[in-house]
Design a protein around this ligand. Structure first.
Ligand code: AMP
Length: 298
């Protein structure tokens, strides 16, 4: 089964304690598509400007990523810049230049419309709603962020009513529900729409809430995190890609999918930007999956 992703494709400038990259390939849809394309064909719906390097398109074309829904608009590509602290859970956004993203409206080509699995990356909830008019997807995953929780809460709640799964971090969950206790918060969030809540807790792994079930997945112990940018989107790509690959969303498959999400996220953190994610294959994924098993079996 195919997956469609709608989100940002960006040129990122990132500083971490390990170094700096400038105008590197980034964006939520990019990380998602690179991760999910290890499992299934991905239809990418996004926009880039005239300055978007051909080599980045070629990198995606070498994988089962369909770029028919990638619009080429006049102007510059969306740019984002961030700096991480020594504590890599803390980052400052230094600059966001929307550029061609400012006038973006998702347009799903026929193949993207017919994908059964859809991931709505972190964009304005009004744009996420536009996607529902164009899709026949039966399983929809969602990402969002603080600016939409604060700036467009009612539209976001409308989106929430229509999705099956949300992938969210602890700060966003607290902000969205007003509940400090994360377990109560996740339960409240389920009542707003998504029966599946995946709560990301960075280096402490994640919790899956599916119906009444709770599953705790570890994070991979990494001696050096070079750049966590896109880890969340890579997680979402591994998670949704695994579900689509098996075309099942029962709790046993969801547990496996959470581990695959964690595997892909761990690869992304190993190098800057998409460097590591773009080079891994099935053997790397299988080896790290086994490492996760060993880590959590007792
Ligand atoms: P994450 O580390 O999972 O938060 O994802 C970081 C990616 O999201 C970067 O590659 C950015 O280009 C992209 N990004 C940052 N801010 C935004 C935004 N406001 N809208 C869409 N994408 C964004």
């Amino acid at each position: 089964m195919d997956v469609t992703v709608v989100g940002s494709v960006a040129l990122d400038t990132v500083e971490t304690p390990s170094g700096r990259i400038q105008d590197a390939l980034g964006g939520a849809a990019t990380f998602f598509a690179l991760a999910a394309s290890n499992y299934v064909p991905v239809h990418m719906v996004a926009v880039v400007g005239e300055d978007f390097p051909e080599e980045h398109l070629n990198l995606m074309k070498r994988r089962p990523i369909n770029l028919e829904g990638l619009q080429r608009a006049r102007g510059r590509t969306f740019r984002w810049s961030g700096r991480y602290h020594q504590d890599l859970n803390v980052r400052d956004t230094l600059d966001t230049q929307l550029n061609v993203f400012e006038h973006f409206h998702p347009e799903l080509p026929p193949a993207a419309r017919s994908a059964k699995y859809l991931f709505l990356g972190n964009i304005h909830p009004a744009l996420q709603l536009e996607v529902f008019e164009q899709t026949g997807a039966t399983f929809v995953g969602l990402d969002t962020m603080n600016i939409w929780i604060e700036g467009a809460p009612d539209t976001l709640k409308e989106v929430l009513r229509r999705v099956n799964a949300i992938i969210i971090n602890d700060a966003e969950l607290r902000q969205l529900t007003g509940e400090h206790n994360l377990i109560k918060g996740a339960r409240q969030l389920q009542k707003l729409g998504p029966s599946i809540v995946v709560l990301k807790k960075g280096e402490h792994g994640c919790l899956l809430f599916a119906g009444h079930e709770v599953f705790s997945a570890p994070a991979y112990p990494m001696p050096e995190v070079v750049d966590p940018t896109g880890a969340g989107d890579s997680f979402a790509g591994g998670f949704m890609g695994y579900l689509a690959g098996h075309d099942m969303t029962d709790t046993a498959t969801l547990r496996q999918a959470v581990i695959h999400g964690s595997v892909l996220a761990s690869f992304t953190c190993e190098r800057f930007g998409t460097e590591r994610l773009a080079e891994i294959g099935p053997q790397d994924i299988a080896a790290r999956y086994q490492a996760f098993r060993d880590l959590a079996t007792f």
